[in-house]
Design a protein around this ligand. Structure first.
Ligand SMILES: [Zn+2]
Length: 69
């Protein structure tokens, strides 16, 4: 599998562009954002990941640990 490092993917949550991640030298090494689960199936941008996906995952983990114990 080859990574396509030129395409700008769309965030499945806000429908914005997913930022390309670059090395310090400015070389793109990752274009596909973050896994949007459990919010949505697909890829999301940095800000949705930080603002929506990670907090939701955290809540789910808390809920799980409460349910188990
Ligand atoms: Zn987004």
């Amino acid at each position: 599998m080859t990574l396509d490092l030129t395409t700008v993917h769309k965030c499945c949550i806000c429908d914005g562009d997913i930022e390309h991640h670059k090395t310090q030298e400015g070389e793109t090494y990752w274009t596909q954002g973050h896994n949007a689960q459990p919010i949505k199936e697909g890829q999301c941008c940095d800000s949705c990941n930080n603002m929506i996906v990670l907090p939701q995952r955290f809540k789910n983990i808390l809920a799980l640990s409460k349910a188990n114990g």
